[in-house]
Ligand binder design. Structure first.
Ligand code: RUB
Length: 269
């Protein structure tokens, strides 16, 4: 009963975004599955966040491998990613990011610890404000952060209204597919603007997010956008958006800093 209660609490925390981001969701899902290793539990966990192939990957592995071994992968992959990011960051870089991605924040924190001199611009990420989590975490590690409201995206990327020009964009990913990546809503707009202003867009992600099958886009509760909105007003709350590979300069995974097509060759071997 105690395990069931803990399992249900983890499910609740994943659904409510208390636990958020692909890696945290996959790790928490794995923990929950260890408490309740049944077919129904797996189905329930996979129904919580639809756009999470890494969770699926990890739950499938859980039937074959010890939890410890699966968990080790996350840190090993992150360490390799960190090394590539360290080479990529140049003095005085202004790096733009969106939402909260552990693959992104961990690599930035590592670069700061290795004395890289850069600053970060980020967006608050409505409706659930995961950008605040990013800003807090980076600031805690003495990284200079400037946060913008989502609608100020163009100002955050260009040199206007006393801002600098962001010269690199780092986005995480929930899903990596044959045609491109899926990440937090807003990512497509960021990618299109990056293309327009010739700002390189880097996707920083663990390769376990790759999916050979189509990945659905999660639609979230409407009250996250407007609580008790008039019934006559239609609201949409898509959690994620698709970014075509043509907008991606490079993807940085544990396999290296690669063009998207080279990455696909690696994962499809
Ligand atoms: C989080 C989000 C993150 C990816 C990658 O969305 O879009 O960029 O999940 O995260 P949400 P990580 O807040 O809706 O879960 O790098 O931590 O795996």
């Amino acid at each position: 009963m105690k395990n069931k209660k803990r399992f249900n609490q983890i499910c609740k925390d994943i659904k409510s975004i208390k636990i958020q981001g692909a890696r945290n969701i996959a790790k928490a899902g794995l923990k929950a599955y260890a408490l309740n290793p049944t077919k129904q539990a797996k189905t329930k966990l996979l129904s919580l966040r639809l756009t999470e192939p890494m969770l699926q990957h990890v739950l499938n592995l859980a039937d074959k491998q010890p939890t410890e071994k699966i968990l080790n992968h996350f840190d090993e992959a992150q360490e390799k990613i960190n090394k590539h990011i360290l080479k990529l960051i140049k003095p005085k870089d202004v790096i733009f990011t969106h939402c909260h991605s552990t693959n992104v924040t961990h690599s930035l924190i590592n670069a700061k610890k290795k004395k890289k001199n850069f600053e970060v611009y980020n967006t608050e990420t409505r409706p659930l404000f995961q950008g605040r989590k990013t800003a807090r975490e980076l600031k805690k590690h003495n990284i200079k952060v400037t946060m913008f409201i989502d609608s100020a995206l163009a100002i955050a990327l260009e040199k206007r209204q006393n801002t600098k020009k962001a010269n690199k964009i780092f986005l995480g990913a929930d899903a990596l597919t044959k045609k491109g990546i899926i990440n937090k809503i807003g990512s497509r707009t960021i990618a299109e603007l990056a293309h327009l202003h010739k700002i390189p867009l880097y996707i920083i992600a663990d390769s376990w997010k790759y999916s050979k099958t189509p990945v659905p886009i999660e639609q979230r509760a409407l009250n996250e956008v407007w609580d008790r909105a008039p019934k006559s007003i239609k609201i949409k709350n898509p959690a994620f958006d698709f970014v075509p590979k043509k907008y991606i300069t490079k993807i940085i995974t544990e396999h290296g800093n690669l063009t998207y097509n080279k990455f696909l060759e690696k994962v499809n071997k």
